[in-house]
Design a protein around this ligand. Structure first.
Ligand code: AMP
Length: 439
């Protein structure tokens, strides 16, 4: 998907290109077309998802469509409310950047800055105001700003605004702006209080949500299993079987890999379906239906196939292969731990993927905890070098990261695991039971 396909005008496409953006982020893909259509939107999106552009670009376009160059002084037609000065500054800079080829005047109205200067700027007239609620109310009270021409209202980081006690201010603003308007509510989380606010502010809103960007939610436990590639499948079967997991989304890198793993898991006695781009729509629907209704416990999918799926409230997500694009890790992880449910996101990482892991951790700005004892010989996940073209494959890698299979680490059958879970644990290596806490 490109920005052109989202329906943005030339002036905005140019400024987006100036920013160096080539493809829209998921929230931009979802929200921009809806906002351009004039819909009210309730969006669950955190900082870092590209949310600012997702409301600013269509807001600019909507206002530009009815722009009257002869209107003097300018009337405030767009209002963006944010909880803090810092955010106001960031959003203000974004609006300036995205509107550089458009004729708008934009002002930032925040506490802590000179009210006299703001007053003069407001009186000169502007099209769009980015404001914190308290200072905006001050200006309203002093009649420095007229809110009766607002066409598009945005509440950014609405959950934080409520936490900071801005609800009365927001209500006061609402009473002053036209009922007939477009309203957009962006919030990192969507608890009941936000839903209640949305019900008051928004008219028949469309809800959109994107994967948690940093995936640091306490309720998602992430872990990395360092493991030689050839034992990944045995470990996967073991994890699923011994824990008796019922709904597991397993990500693989290739279509071929998806088919192969599906077959192998079925051989291991685990009810599995695969989903990838080469499957017919009918086959995909069936796989998904079986996964949802519990006929299969495991869905093996590629990123592309999983992208459009309405399955994002899963207890277990497993990266059988790490994604090649670090951002995809975040999208994958975002499918678990929704709405306060606890989730688990495990990554089986072989030494050849150490580089991909380090890229993901750079993006997350944190390390994902390692499982100390996987039941297999430990492998090093230290990054030696960035992968080169024709980098040494598994065979070469083995020289550096030698590991031997433990004697009884045979592929477990899911059914066996259930019956003999305790034995299996023992058989997978000495001292295993004592090492759980070291993860
Ligand atoms: P935000 O979530 O709005 O705070 O944006 C997070 C960061 O992503 C900002 O630095 C934006 O400049 C950047 N950004 C927004 N949209 C895109 C995009 N489509 N491609 C690349 N970077 C983007």
């Amino acid at each position: 998907m490109s920005f052109v396909q989202l329906g943005l005008i030339e002036e905005l496409l140019k400024s987006v290109a100036d920013q160096g953006y080539t493809t829209p982020t998921p929230i931009q893909e979802k929200a921009i077309p809806l906002i351009l259509e004039g819909k009210d939107v309730l969006a669950g999106a955190q900082t870092g998802t590209g949310k600012t552009a997702s409301f600013t670009l269509p807001l600019l376009q909507r206002l530009f469509q009815n722009y009257d160059p002869h209107q003097k002084p300018r009337r405030v037609r767009g209002l963006i409310l944010v909880p803090t000065r810092e955010l106001a500054q960031q959003v203000y800079e974004s609006v300036i950047a995205y509107s550089q080829y458009l004729p708008f005047h934009i002002e930032s109205i925040v506490g802590g800055a000179s009210i006299g200067i703001q007053t003069r700027q407001l009186r000169r007239g502007c099209d769009i105001v980015v404001a914190t609620p308290g200072r905006l109310i001050d200006h309203v009270t002093q009649r420095n700003i007229n809110l009766s021409n607002i066409e598009v209202l945005v509440l950014d980081e609405a959950d934080r605004m409520l936490d900071m006690g801005f609800l009365p201010d927001i209500k006061q603003v609402m009473a002053l702006i036209p009922k007939k308007r477009q309203s957009l509510l962006f919030s990192a989380t969507v608890p009941n209080a936000i839903k209640a606010l949305a019900a008051q502010l928004l008219n028949n809103p469309v809800e959109v949500e994107v994967a948690k960007q940093n995936a640091t939610a306490d309720n998602v436990s992430e872990r990395v299993y360092g493991i030689d590639r050839e034992y990944k499948r045995a470990l996967l079967s073991y994890l699923i079987g011994s824990n008796n997991w019922k709904q597991v989304l397993v990500f693989v890198r290739t279509k071929h890999g998806a088919d192969r793993l599906e077959k192998q898991l079925i051989e291991d006695g685990i009810r599995t379906a695969a989903l990838h781009g080469d499957k017919t729509q009918g086959a995909r629907n069936k796989a998904l239906e079986y996964f949802k209704n519990g006929k299969v416990s495991v869905l093996v999918a590629t990123d592309i196939a999983a992208r459009g799926l309405d399955i994002d409230d899963l207890p277990h997500v497993i990266n059988f292969d790490l994604p090649q694009v670090p951002e995809d890790y975040i999208h994958r992880i975002g499918r678990t731990g929704r709405a306060g449910a606890s989730g688990e996101a495990l990554s089986l990482v072989c030494p050849e993927e150490a580089w991909a892991l380090s890229e993901i951790e750079k993006l997350l700005k944190r390390q994902i905890p390692r499982v100390a004892d996987t039941g297999y010989e430990p492998v090093s996940l230290k990054v030696m070098d960035a992968p080169k073209k024709n980098a040494p494959n598994k065979t070469t890698g083995k020289k550096d990261f030698r590991h031997t299979k433990k004697t009884a680490a045979k592929t477990p059958k899911a059914a066996d695991s259930k019956r003999t879970g305790g034995q299996r644990t023992e058989s997978r290596g000495k001292g295993r039971s004592g090492s759980r806490g070291k993860e």
